[in-house]
Design a binder for this molecule. Structure first.
Ligand SMILES: Cc1cc2nc3c(=O)[nH]c(=O)nc-3n(C[C@H](O)[C@H](O)[C@H](O)COP(=O)(O)OP(=O)(O)OC[C@H]3O[C@@H](n4cnc5c(N)ncnc54)[C@H](O)[C@@H]3O)c2cc1C
Length: 467
């Protein structure tokens, strides 16, 4: 009979104090040490039903890896995770474990679930610290596959294809690879060194990265086949097109999409004193939205020295952001105006933002999304003072490739249409991640990239080689 740890609560993970971290961009949570990881892993009671595995979108054998951590076999635990997940150090940090694996954990029925995410992070970080530089030998002479976009979908697809012996080139529009992991999620939640190391691991497998290459502009999709000699293409172009509210004043100076604001800060390091890229530092900022993107934008603005209010039209219970991120934002001094909806950006005579006119809301019947519909309350207008407004209202897939590729079927929101195996309407063209689903999650994008890699392999095995 294993010696279980029946403590009701998760072991806490050390973190920077709120007052300290609200002034810097270093990682907030600091990770478990070996002893704490072993003790936390001993909280897993190896239940027969293994509900945590069904809660994991990529089906990691969670009881097996947690059991190995409990025995101090950390590298073996890493191998178990790695068999199903391409980016464990990333997922251990940013996955919504509370609604996935941990949300189903048997220990969560009475007390807190096992801290599966923290254990995944511990195992992945330990592996990275101790891994030798030598990786598997790169595949040479395989058939050529192009991956467009270097976010989690593209990285997962490229990695699996390289392991199968394909000659993989990733084309990325930006000057650095990593997609949202690099330009969207801030350093204090996901250190960029981790993403760089994951990419270096793929390069060691032979994957080539071509940055500053916008497909649909630098090369058309058909040119990748006809002129560049690729035999299959995976489109993992994400959903980077910001949405706005179409309210008066939205074009004023001081209004940003969350994507632009976060890209300046994360990708261009605009917060560093000698950065070439400027960023708007306002005394007061309003962030509109309630998802992870809104929390990241608010917490970045706070670190730039701003007083920040997050304006969300539903109540706190409906906030789509991860609970932990909301808690961290509150601890860092960010204010929330719930049941509040902007109707106008108020400007001065020179078109500078001076505030956001909002109306109060109440919640009515559930709409088609299952959430209660917000309804404006008459006579409830007020102006929240702000010099900067950041719109974090969701994003759509960028239409560039669909517009420049004849016959690529897309849906009403510009999403690329695929079957369950990631096949698009064009032969040899596959797609996955946010470009297909609309804005979703890292683990779902990664899973889609892996599915498409299997489909590409099956497709190429049936197709005679061009050489
Ligand atoms: C600020 C922010 C915070 C988030 N926080 C979380 C979180 O905590 N947890 C979570 O699970 N998810 C989170 N998400 C969502 C998650 O990051 C995305 O679902 C995921 O990154 C989607 O992966 P992807 O590979 O499909 O696309 P992306 O990561 O968007 O990558 C697509 C890449 O394709 C490139 N590209 C686009 N068009 C072209 C082209 N024509 N040619 C070449 N390259 C092109 C883009 O530049 C980009 O690098 C967050 C998203 C944002 C924006």
């Amino acid at each position: 009979m294993p010696n279980f740890n029946m403590t009701l609560n998760k072991h806490t993970m050390p973190a920077q104090s709120p007052s300290e971290r609200a002034k810097n961009f270093r990682e907030v949570a600091l990770g478990y040490d070996e002893n704490t990881a072993v003790e936390e892993a001993r909280r897993c009671v190896r239940c027969k039903t293994r509900p945590c595995v069904t809660g994991c979108p990529v089906g990691i054998d969670i009881p097996a890896f947690v059991g190995l951590v409990a025995e101090g076999k950390f590298e073996e635990a890493y191998e178990v995770i790695r068999a199903a997940s391409s980016l464990p150090a990333v997922c251990g940090r940013v996955c919504a474990q509370e609604t996935q694996c941990e949300g189903k954990c048997t220990r969560g029925i009475k007390g807190e679930p096992v801290a599966i995410g923290r254990l995944e992070r511990f195992v992945a970080d330990r592996h990275m610290q101790n891994a030798s530089a030598s990786a598997a030998a790169p595949a040479v002479g395989g058939r050529k596959v192009a991956v467009v976009g270097s976010g989690p979908a593209g990285l997962a697809c490229a990695g699996d294809l390289a392991k199968l012996g394909y000659d993989v080139t990733v084309f990325e529009a930006l000057h650095l690879a990593g997609g949202v992991l690099m330009y969207g999620i801030p350093e204090f939640r996901l250190p960029k060194e981790i993403v760089r190391r994951e990419i270096a691991g793929l390069e060691a497998l032979g994957v080539k990265f071509v940055t500053n290459a916008v497909i649909g502009q630098a090369f058309l999709l058909e040119e990748l086949f006809e002129e560049e000699g690729f035999e299959a293409v995976f489109l993992g172009t994400g959903a980077g097109l910001p949405r706005f509210m179409n309210i008066p004043g939205e074009n004023a100076k001081g209004v940003f999409s969350a994507n632009e604001f976060l890209t300046r800060i994360n990708l261009m390091k605009a917060y560093e004193p000698d950065a070439e890229t400027p960023v708007f530092r306002a005394a007061r900022t309003v962030v509109v939205g309630g998802g992870n993107v809104a929390m990241d934008a608010a917490r970045c603005a706070r670190r730039l020295g701003s007083e920040v209010t997050v304006v969300y039209r539903r109540s706190e219970a409906e906030l789509p952001a991860r609970r932990e991120e909301v808690l961290h934002a509150k601890e860092e001094g960010i204010g929330f105006a719930f049941l509040t909806n902007p109707v106008e950006i108020v400007c001065d005579g020179e078109d500078n933002v001076v505030g956001v006119r909002c109306v109060g809301m109440t919640l009515g019947e559930a709409d088609e999304s299952g959430r209660r519909r917000p309804i404006a309350l008459e006579g409830s207008e007020r102006v929240i003072p702000a010099a900067c407004v950041i719109m974090a209202l969701g994003t759509s897939p960028n239409p560039l490739i669909a517009r420049t590729s004849v016959g690529l079927a897309t849906g009403p929101r510009g999403e690329i249409l695929t079957d369950a195996e990631g096949r698009t309407s064009l032969p040899g063209v596959f797609a996955g991640g946010d470009a297909v689903t609309g804005a979703a999650t890292v683990i779902l994008a990664m899973g889609a990239g892996k599915t498409a890699a299997r489909s590409i392999d099956a497709y190429l095995k049936e197709k005679p080689s061009r050489n």
